[in-house]
Design a binder for this molecule. Structure first.
Ligand code: 6GU
Length: 254
């Protein structure tokens, strides 16, 4: 199966990294079919205007609805022309609008989106896209407003790069060693254990003895303990409240 990804932006060059590395290879292997669209191609005035002043006043500019309406309609039409989804789970195309006001993007959402067969990213700039675009697009797409975290970027392009990378590596066949997907941070709610390679001693620091023991049971137990400690220290929000508080008499096995 090929996953189709469309990106609409006023800065197509911003998405150039999608042609290299993992996503580039997935495209060459036919697992991902990616197309970047310039929003300005869907304007009709001489200046190719995509923004205007906000109704009600306020700072900044708002993206006009008409170019977005035409761009998304064109993508939805092409999707229909290619045929209906092969599996019921894949459903309608999913429209992702990255923005700081969205639901927080995480590994669970990435896993869900990796099951879809058509993703469309709409990269907004300025103060955002006219709200009616969201309402109108709901006729053709499952619409998701997604944020990377609690900070503000200048536009959706960098967020689209981050989300497509997180999603693409979960598409079957994109990563050669599927086991590496299982043993990583956020797959089971804990951060990853620390890793070491040769040499055994370096600048006065040594590899923990247990890793040299050959005792797979002890190694697994040590790694699990490291994951719990790390998660408690760096990301206590990922642990159940009692475990994060470090109550000594409670078992913090997750
Ligand atoms: Cl998805 N977009 C923008 N513009 N800023 C963000 C973000 C997204 N996530 C965090 N900050």
């Amino acid at each position: 199966m090929t996953v189709r990804i469309d990106v609409v932006t006023i800065f197509p060059d911003y998405l150039a990294p999608l042609g290299i590395s993992l996503i580039g290879k997935a495209q060459r292997d036919g697992r991902i079919e990616l197309q970047v669209h310039d929003l300005r191609e869907f304007t009709h005035d001489r200046h190719r205007t995509v923004d205007d002043t906000p109704y009600g006043g306020g700072a900044g500019m708002v993206m006009k609805p008409e170019p977005w309406g035409e761009a998304l309609e064109s993508i939805a039409r092409q999707a229909v022309a290619r045929g209906l989804p092969k599996t019921p789970a894949a459903r309608r195309p999913t429209l992702i609008i990255p923005g700081p006001g969205g639901e927080r993007f995480d590994q669970t959402i990435a896993r869900d989106l990796a099951q879809r067969d058509h993703l469309v990213f709409a990269c907004g700039r300025y103060e955002g896209i006219d709200e009616r675009v969201y309402e109108s697009a709901a006729a053709d797409f499952d619409v998701r407003i997604l944020s990377l975290g609690d900070y503000v970027l200048n536009g959706g392009e960098v967020a689209t790069l981050a989300m497509t990378e997180a999603i693409a590596r979960l598409i079957p066949g994109v990563i050669g060693n599927a086991q590496s997907l299982v043993e990583e941070s956020h797959e089971d709610g804990l951060l990853e254990y620390p890793v070491y390679t040769k040499p055994e001693h370096w600048r006065g620091f040594s590899v923990p003895e247990v890793l040299l023991s050959g005792d797979h049971g002890r190694i697994a137990a040590w790694r699990h303990e490291q994951r719990l400690q790390r998660t408690a220290a760096r990301r206590p929000d990922l642990l159940p409240p009692t475990a994060a508080a470090g109550a000594p008499d409670l078992d913090i096995t997750v």
